[in-house]
Design a protein around this ligand. Structure first.
Ligand code: GDP
Ligand code: IMO
Ligand code: MG
Length: 422
C-alpha cells in the first residue's frame, strides 16, 4: 500500500498527464483533488492522443478506479462530454469512475462571470472555464454541490436563489442580459440522471481502499506557482494544487501520505498573465515553443517559454515537500548548443534569500544564470540512463542538486515508452 501525491512544480503543463498514465499500472486508484476543466492533461498512446480535463489520467488503465475528489469543481457538461469521448474509444468505465458528493458544480453564471471579469481591469488570463467564480461561491457558502443533484426541489430552490443574485450582478455591474432561470433548472435537473451513478462518499471509499492495502495516486492539476496561497498571486488559479490540497481535496489525511512526486519540466512555461523571470521573448523562446509544441491543451493559447528556473522550483519543492522528481520534456533541449539555468534572483545586485511573495518584487528580479553545455543529440530513443550523453546527465544532476530532490523519471518524448526510470 502506498499513497503518492503527484504535483506540478511550475506553472502547469509540466507533463503530469503523461506521468500519471505511466504510473497508473502501479496504482489501483487515481484521484484528482482540485481544479476543474481548466486543466488539460495530455496522454499519447501509440498514435492516439487523449486530453483529459476532469477525469483522472489513470482512466485508460482498465484496473484503475478513478476518483474526482471534493476539491474539484465540476462542469457537468464538460464531464459528460469527456465520458462520451472515453466511451467512444471503447474504454469501459463502468464502476471505475467515482465522484465526490461534496464536489461543487460549475454553473453557467460562473463561466459567464469569469469571461466578463476578464474584460475588466483585473484580467488574469484565465481559461474561461468558470473556475474562480465557482470557488468564490464555495467559500461564500452559496455553492451548489454534486449531492444537490439528488434533491430536485432543493436544487431548484438553490438555483433560483443564486440566479437572483447573479442576475443582479450581471445587470447592474456588467450591463449584461439576465440569464433564464428555468432553462438552467431544466438543464441541471437533467444532469442528475446521467451523473447519479457516479456519486460516492469518497472519503469513506478512500479510507476503505487504504485499509484494504490499495495503492493510491493523487493527481494534481495546474502547478505550485498557480496555487492560490503559494503561487504568484493574483496571477494564479483559485484552488490548491500544492500537495496540501491533496488532503483537503479528497479526505485522505496527511498521516497516510507516503511520497510527493514533483513533475518538473526541463525548462519553464506559463499560460496567462503574470511575471515570469526567465521568460525568453527572443528566438530561443520561439524555439522552445516550436520544438516543445507549447500550446495550451485546454485553450490552444501559445505558452510563454523560458529557461529552467531553479530559484522557483526550489521554492516549489519546499512548499510541496517534493522528494522525487520526474524531469519532463528533456528532449526539447536537445537542439540548443548551450542551456541556461537560473540559480538565483537578484534585485539591485543583491541575491534574494527566498522566493518573493510580492508580485512587484518578482517582476523586478534579475535572474542569475549559469550556462551549461548542450548535448546536440537526439535522446528520444534512449531508455537507459547510462546511455544519455554526459552533458545531459550533468544537466539533470545540476537540476537535482539545485532543487534538492532526487530525479527518478526522465521523460524524453510524449509517448508512454519514451521514459527512463532511474
Ligand atoms: P499537464 O497539464 O501537466 O498534463 O501537461 P500538458 O499535457 O498540458 O502539456 C504537456 C505536453 O507535453 C503534452 O503535449 C504532452 O504530450 C507533451 N509531453 C509530455 N512529456 C513530454 C516529453 O518528455 N517530451 C516531449 N517532447 N513532449 C512531452
Ligand atoms: P494543467 O492542469 C497551465 C492558468 C490560466 C491563468 C490562471 C487562472 O493543464 O497544468 P483559471 O481558468 O484557472 O481561473 O486561470 O491559471 N491555468 C493553467 N495554466 N496549465 C493549467 O492546467 C492551467 N489551469 C489554469 O492560464 O493564468
Ligand atoms: Mg496542461
Amino acid at each position: 500500500m502506498s499513497v503518492t501525491v503527484l504535483v506540478g512544480s511550475q506553472w502547469g503543463d509540466e507533463g503530469k498527464g503523461k506521468i500519471v498514465d505511466l504510473l497508473s499500472d502501479r496504482y489501483e486508484v487515481v484521484v484528482r483533488y482540485q481544479g476543474g476543466a481548466n486543466a488539460g492533461h495530455t496522454i499519447v498512446v501509440g498514435d492516439k492522443k487523449y486530453i483529459f480535463h476532469l477525469i483522472p489520467s489513470g482512466i485508460l488503465h482498465e484496473g484503475v478506479t478513478c476518483v474526482i475528489g471534493n476539491g474539484v469543481v465540476i462542469d457537468p457538461k464538460a464531464l459528460l462530454d469527456e465520458i462520451k469521448m472515453i466511451e467512444d474509444q471503447n474504454i469501459d468505465i463502468t464502476g471505475r469512475l467515482l465522484i465526490s458528493q461534496n464536489a461543487h458544480l460549475i454553473m453557467p453564471y460562473h463561466k459567464l462571470l469569469d469571461s466578463l471579469s476578464e474584460k475588466g481591469e483585473n484580467k488574469i488570463g484565465t481559461t474561461g472555464r468558470g473556475i474562480g467564480p465557482c470557488y468564490v461561491d464555495k467559500y461564500a457558502r452559496k455553492g451548489i454541490r454534486i449531492v444537490d443533484l439528488l434533491d430536485h426541489e432543493g436544487l431548484e430552490e438553490k438555483i433560483r436563489t443564486n440566479l437572483k443574485e447573479k442576475n443582479d450582478i450581471l445587470k447592474k455591474i456588467h450591463e449584461h442580459a439576465e440569464l433564464n432561470v428555468d432553462e438552467i433548472i431544466q438543464e441541471y435537473l437533467a444532469f442528475d440522471e446521467a451523473i447519479d451513478k457516479y456519486i460516492t462518499d469518497v472519503p469513506t471509499y478512500l479510507h476503505e481502499a487504504i485499509n484494504g492495502n490499495k495503492s493510491i495516486l493523487m493527481e494534481g492539476a495546474q502547478g505550485a506557482l498557480l496555487d492560490v496561497d503559494f503561487g504568484t498571486y493574483p496571477y494564479v488559479t483559485s484552488s490548491s494544487p500544492t500537495s496540501g490540497g491533496a488532503c483537503t481535496g479528497t479526505g485522505i489525511p496527511p498521516t497516510k501520505i507516503d511520497k510527493v512526486l514533483g513533475i518538473v519540466k526541463a525548462y519553464t512555461t506559463r499560460v496567462g498573465l503574470g511575471p515570469f523571470p526567465t521568460e525568453l521573448e527572443d528566438e530561443d523562446g520561439q524555439k522552445l515553443r516550436k520544438v516543445g509544441a507549447e500550446f495550451g491543451a485546454t485553450t490552444g493559447r501559445p505558452r510563454r517559454c523560458g529557461w529552467f528556473d531553479a530559484a522557483l522550483v526550489r521554492y516549489s519543492a519546499m512548499v510541496n515537500g517534493i522528494q522525487e522528481a520526474a524531469i519532463t520534456k528533456l528532449d526539447v533541449l536537445s537542439e540548443f548548443d548551450t542551456i541556461k539555468v537560473c540559480v538565483d534572483y537578484e534585485i539591485n545586485g543583491k541575491k534574494l534569500k527566498s522566493f518573493p511573495n510580492e508580485i512587484s518584487k518578482l517582476a523586478a528580479v534579475r535572474p542569475v544564470y549559469e550556462t551549461l553545455p548542450g548535448w546536440n543529440t537526439d535522446i528520444t530513443e534512449i531508455r537507459d540512463y547510462q546511455e544519455l550523453p554526459t552533458e545531459t546527465k550533468n544537466y539533470l544532476d545540476f537540476i537535482s542538486k539545485q532543487c534538492g530532490f532526487k530525479n527518478t523519471f526522465i521523460s524524453v518524448g510524449p509517448k508512454r515508452a519514451q521514459t527512463i526510470e532511474i
